[in-house]
Ligand binder design. Structure first.
Ligand SMILES: Cc1ncc(COP(=O)(O)O)c(C=O)c1O
Length: 437
């Protein structure tokens, strides 16, 4: 057995151990390939991904045989949909009339004065349902409907992807089941209640440390058991090909809007820096997308250092991870020397994940992006500063992107865009525990 395969198998052994009853189905490895297709869902730039879903050596589709047909059919459906004007029109209409896009690009004058630079916030927090997740949920659920699927499943960490998926399912009249770790259910109660009110079934997951990784395991098991009627709406740029590419394209509207908004406001269609937090990587993928091949734009990914990257209580996957397979893709994974996944920790449920989307593993290891690990405390300080300086309470995830401001020096004439991925309503309980008001 070669080293690569040995590492793949070790990681999978960990996943298989999680639930003996599903062992038969869980993650034995098959590598699937696909033919190349051209796409038109508005990306003016293509991601650096090959026909098999590899970004450099990261990505691919490592899935159980039972899902092979599903993944192949999904690829075909996705590539045909994004070439279809009707699909694009419906997607764009909902983004405009239902989500409220374009989301504003707001010059944060007070924050700019504090840091003596030019800070712009891309206001994904103002989207319907309160985060960027709705962009992907709309694209994915429209695709599910087009494929004749009647049952939608999703995993969620912070609950924003669960709420977004439940929302679009309510709109489209589809059954919705959301897997969520019990730890996250406790810390993101408002979103749990919203999902239930929207008619979704929220299934608590009690394996592992009861967070996003464990919810994703359960969703994949469900998908394995119901391959025919079920569409799995993955909430980030993770999972087997084509998910990372598909989610990035649905989110690419973020940087597409940034280009013309920057042109209007600064006279130039690109910034010096784009800063975004990374959990699995979808808001960062959307915010970076149209700038990836413009090397004048520096891309900064803020990952969650938790209590510090050398404390064993961290979710800084890019800094701490090694190559392995998680949830169907080869990427960086926080793992022990013998391939067992290290349970991550972050104050933020949406960043509390031991893997990272393969695009971000590629951008970081090729030094196209700079990765800055932001601790819980730095994120809380960033959140409080934005709240008091600009009157905007950010999501805890987005607060990690704001934490970069205190760790990186920008020049007075730099244009720095921070993707404000979501709003902080869901995090009020956590904020109140840590911040003295
Ligand atoms: C508001 C918000 N931002 C960011 C994230 C992290 O996810 P991603 O890295 O896919 O953008 C989440 C995840 O739940 C979130 O809710």
């Amino acid at each position: 057995m070669n080293d690569q395969l040995r590492e793949v198998n070790k990681t999978n052994i960990h996943e298989q151990a999680a639930d003996a009853t599903h062992r038969r189905l869980a993650f034995f490895i098959t590598i699937h390939t696909t033919m190349s297709q051209t796409t038109t869902i508005k990306p003016k730039h293509q991601l650096p991904v090959d026909d098999n879903g590899y970004y450099g050596r990261f990505g691919g589709a490592y899935i159980p045989e039972i899902l092979h047909k599903n993944v192949e059919t999904l690829k075909e459906a996705f590539y045909s949909a994004i070439d279809d004007k009707r699909f694009n029109d419906e997607f764009n209409k909902l983004l405009r009339d239902y989500v409220g896009r374009p989301s504003p690009l707001y010059k944060a004058e007070a924050l700019s004065r504090i840091y003596n630079t030019n800070i712009y916030l891309k206001r994904e927090d103002l989207n319907h349902t309160g985060a960027h997740k709705i962009n992907n949920a709309i694209g994915s659920v429209l695709l599910a409907k087009r494929m004749g699927k009647t049952r939608i499943i999703a995993e969620t960490g912070a609950g924003q992807h669960g709420v977004a998926t439940a929302t679009v399912c309510a709109l489209e009249g589809l059954e919705c089941i959301v897997y969520m770790g019990a730890t996250d259910i406790a810390r993101q109660q408002p979103n749990v209640q919203r999902m239930k009110m929207l008619g979704a079934k929220v299934v608590p997951v009690t394996s592992g440390n009861k967070t996003l990784k464990d919810a994703t395991n359960e969703a994949i098991r469900d998908w394995c058991c119901h391959p025919a009627d079920t569409f799995y709406v993955i909430g980030s740029t993770v999972g087997p090909h084509p998910y990372p590419e598909m989610v990035a394209r649905f989110q690419s509207v973020i940087s597409e809007e940034m280009m013309w908004q920057l042109k209007q406001q600064t006279g130039r269609s690109y910034p010096d820096y784009v800063v975004a937090c990374v959990g699995g990587g979808s808001n960062a993928a959307g915010a970076f997308y149209h700038f990836i091949d413009n090397d004048k734009v520096r891309l900064i990914a803020a990952e969650a250092a938790g209590k510090g990257i050398d404390t064993n209580e961290s979710a800084a996957t890019i800094k701490l991870g090694r190559e392995g397979i998680i949830h169907g893709a080869r990427t960086l994974v926080m793992q022990t020397p013998d391939g067992q996944i290290i349970e991550p920790y972050s104050i933020s449920a949406g960043l509390d994940y031991p893997g990272i989307g393969p695009l971000h593993a590629y951008l970081a290891t090729s030094h196209r992006s700079e990765v800055i690990a932001v601790t819980d405390t730095e994120a809380l300080e960033g959140a409080m500063q934005l709240t008091r300086a600009e009157g905007i309470i950010p999501a805890l995830e987005s607060a990690h992107a704001l934490g970069v401001l205190g760790k990186k020096k920008f020049k007075p004439d730099d244009v720095v865009v921070i993707n404000l991925s979501g709003r902080g309503d869901k995090d009020m309980n956590t904020y109140l525990q840590y911040i003295n008001i």
